[in-house]
Ligand binder design. Structure first.
Ligand SMILES: [Zn+2]
Length: 111
């Protein structure tokens, strides 16, 4: 990637990390233990439990995406940054800029 693409990656990655941080904070609120007074009715409590488990899954995936992007950001200046982790070929800059956490080429990712 050229310097301009690297700068763009930095900016996009940082924006995505902050926007994930906002999501994570709100998901953390949604994954608080359900207090016993959420017992307006059986369905309501079951809904609350189900929403909580959806929020937990989303929280885990937001956290892991945030960590992957953070790790990619730290690797940006490494000579291997753009190399596919599996086959060693160059990953197109557009793919990296779009996905932000891509560390494999399209072929390896789809196999
Ligand atoms: Zn590959």
């Amino acid at each position: 990637m050229n310097e301009e693409e690297k700068l763009e990656f930095k900016e996009r990655a940082r924006n995505e990390i902050s926007s994930l941080a906002v999501d994570i904070q709100s998901l953390e609120n949604d994954t608080q233990p359900i207090s016993p007074d959420v017992s307006l009715g059986r369905l309501t409590r079951m809904d609350a439990i189900q929403n909580k488990s959806v929020a937990e899954a989303n929280l885990a995936s937001a956290r892991s995406r945030q960590q992957r992007i953070q790790a990619r950001l730290e690797e940006l200046d490494s000579p291997d940054f753009q190399k596919c982790r599996k086959c060693g070929k160059d990953i197109p800059a557009a793919r990296i800029l779009y996905l932000l956490d891509a560390d494999t080429c399209l072929e390896c990712a789809s196999n």
